[in-house]
Design a protein around this ligand. Structure first.
Ligand code: MG
Ligand code: ZN
Length: 363
């Protein structure tokens, strides 16, 4: 058949029309079927700024897991209500209640009023809730998800807020602040010792690393506790058919920063990164789990000012023993992860999670 100009024009017009229909179809398809988020895992590397990630990256030939697995990247601005430099109480409370509050606050507003945390809101909506921490469970970051206290120093009162609360599964340290009889009364099995995390099969439990206030540093033999604890929490929380919300904290990256100890920082980041790999690989198979990896703030004002070939790590210069005000990366994987691209306040991480679960602050 000879292609006349006229048939050619007609064919092109048809092709264009088809393309346009196909495009509008696919747009409609995307708009009509928002990807469902069933589970949310919020991973907080306490004190982990871009320099901490980059220092760890420079010690290995392959890409960090978080760098290769995350789908979207954003930046979180970390100031608190009363200070450009946040502490971990205000930093975690920004995530848990979606409001800026004062340094030292635990689950309360800047006027010290208790406000519902994400864990509480989601528990009421039928989600199972969990916490995993490589420090004591009454420490500022995990505490901000279940307690409502005017000061992070009130460990006993913080522990008291756990009983009869909304956390189904908690794994970390801090046994000395808890009354195990009260934990059992509130329906939690209590485990002391970290060797049997694989075998726990319970809807409600608290597992303490040992009798010390905090689990040890990774460099001092913590082993695969962070990974095992995270996967034990996920396995048990996932029994709930309505999904779960889990906060996992790499707590001691911050402590390495406070001590200006480069090996402490790098080893804790690497441990956190291998936990991220296990968590995302689980989420990949699950398909309905959003994983967010971020920090409450940067610690140490770290800069990388050269490379130390002898020790196979960057030359790391800490400019402070405290936190800094630089925004921190937010990595996201899974359904809804595109919402975490951009530059925003830390409180918006809370808001985006609620939005993806089709809830508002009034729920
Ligand atoms: Mg912390
Ligand atoms: Zn700190």
């Amino acid at each position: 058949m000879r292609l006349t100009l006229k048939t050619f024009q007609l064919l092109s017009a048809l092709a264009f029309l088809n393309l346009a229909i196909a495009q509008s179809d696919s747009i409609k398809h995307i708009q009509n079927t928002p990807k469902k988020v069933k589970n949310v895992i919020l991973m907080i590397g306490d004190g982990t700024g871009l320099a901490q990630w980059s220092a760890a990256q420079a010690t290995i030939p392959q890409k960090l897991q978080v760098f290769s697995l995350a789908q979207y990247l954003g930046l979180s601005m970390t100031s608190s209500s009363n200070d450009y430099i946040t502490d971990s109480g205000a930093g975690a409370t920004a995530f848990s209640i979606g409001q800026k509050t004062y340094n030292g606050a635990i689950g309360v507003t800047k006027d010290t009023h208790p406000e519902f945390t994400l864990s509480e809101r989601l528990h009421v909506k039928g989600k199972a809730t969990g916490l995993v921490s490589t420090c004591g469970l009454t420490h500022a970051t995990p505490a901000s998800f279940y307690a409502h206290q005017p000061s992070r120093k009130l460990d006993k009162q913080i522990a008291n807020d756990f009983y009869g609360g909304f956390i189904d599964v908690a794994i970390g340290g801090g046994l000395k602040f808890f009354d195990t009889a009260k934990l059992r009364e509130s329906g939690h099995k209590v485990y002391v010792g970290h060797s049997n995390l694989d075998q726990i099969n319970d809807n409600h439990f608290v597992s303490f690393y040992d009798t010390n206030e905090h689990p040890p540093k990774f460099l001092n033999g913590r082993g695969d506790f962070e990974r095992k604890a995270s996967m034990a929490a996920i396995r048990n929380l996932n029994q709930n058919k309505n999904g779960f919300f889990l906060m996992i904290e790499g707590s001691q990256i911050d402590w390495g920063g406070h001590e200006n100890d480069s090996n402490y920082v790098i080893s804790e980041v690497m441990d956190f990164d291998s936990t991220i790999a296990e968590v995302i690989n689980w989420a990949k198979i699950d398909g309905e789990t959003l994983v967010i990896i971020t920090a409450d703030h940067e610690t140490g004002g770290l800069s990388l000012i050269g490379y130390d070939k002898k020790n196979n790590k960057p030359a790391m210069h800490f400019s402070t023993g405290h936190h800094s005000g630089i925004p921190v990366p937010v990595f996201a994987y899974g359904p809804g992860s595109e919402l975490f691209a951009g530059v925003y306040e830390n409180t918006e991480i809370h808001d985006k999670i609620l939005q993806l679960l089709q809830m508002s602050k009034k729920d």
